[in-house]
Design a protein around this ligand. Sequence first.
Ligand SMILES: *Cc1c(COP(=O)(O)O)cnc(C)c1O
Length: 358
Amino acid sequence: MINVTKTYLPPLDDYTAYLEQIWSTAWVTNNGTLVLRLEEQLRHFLNVPHLWYCNNGTIALQFALKALQIQGEVITTPFSYVATASSILWENCQPVFADIDPQTLTIDPQRLESKISPRTRAILATHVFGNPCDVDSIAAIAQKHQLKVIYDAAHCFGVKYRQQSLCNYGDIATLSFHATKLFHTVEGGAVVTQDPHIAQRLYLMRQFGHINDEHFSLGINGKVSELHAAMGLCVFPKVAEFIKIRQQLSQYYHQLLHFDRLDTIVIRPDTDYNYAYYPIIFSSEDQLLRAKKALESQEIMPRRYFYPSLNILPYLTRRDSCPISESVALRVLCLPLYVGLQDTDIEKIAHIINQSLC
Ligand SMILES: *Cc1c(COP(=O)(O)O)cnc(C)c1O
């Protein structure tokens, strides 16, 4: 079976070497040596001043909203994973959805600005599939209306925009290191900020708001175990090579698929992309369903991602219409992309899809 993704697991000996270290000290969590080492490597690789590794990418989003003391309306994208919207609701804020640009699939700054009300406090936007948002326009709007900016950078590991790490944009950027992501620690995430005061707040939040016996502020448990950090330390050295391999696989898809009858995402110029996903956009949902069924009959499992458009989630109390996102969400499919996928697999997948378009 070929799945949309396959988690990279390092040679077992690499992992057990770290386990032996953990066993020798019996220090398994609470900012252990391996967590600190991985954090340092990530700061260096991502070229970010303040980064805290935490237990998942969703709590990272919740930390971000909390650390910036956001209450009220948060303008966000309907074209993202559900965690982007649910974290806003979970923090008792009101998500307000602004539609996306049909080419880059990121939030449309003009539509975003039209949604600003006296209750708006922040913008939470996703760099969709690792494609940078229009960060300049968003920064200008945020400054004009005094709004905080949070970027869900869950897909952005290793992406650079204008030679600068994409994680360095916004007041806070959040990452996910879930097993399905390009770089993973089984479960995990991180918060990144430029501001040392916000960094200090985030640091305390992750560990119940206290250092030893001194309590400073409200916190929760966002800490990571040494066993997770050990996985990260095994996977991390491979990431640059993985990105190269994924680039080659993506280019092969691109060469074989019939793009006169298909569409895909337009990556913003000046982006060093990480090839985290390979999305294709059909001209209709019917066509998508036909291709998906044909693939599944050959045990190939693509994923409807993102689907559905988040503005139509059943538990929302406010309705925003986002026709572009709603339409794209019905027509977008992410194709299998992982290290270990063979050229012959890609040929087979592309052939099935091209056939289904006739
Ligand atoms: C994966 C993902 C998340 C959630 O991260 P977890 O680590 O699974 O909690 C949030 N936003 C986006 C866009 C994601 O892809």
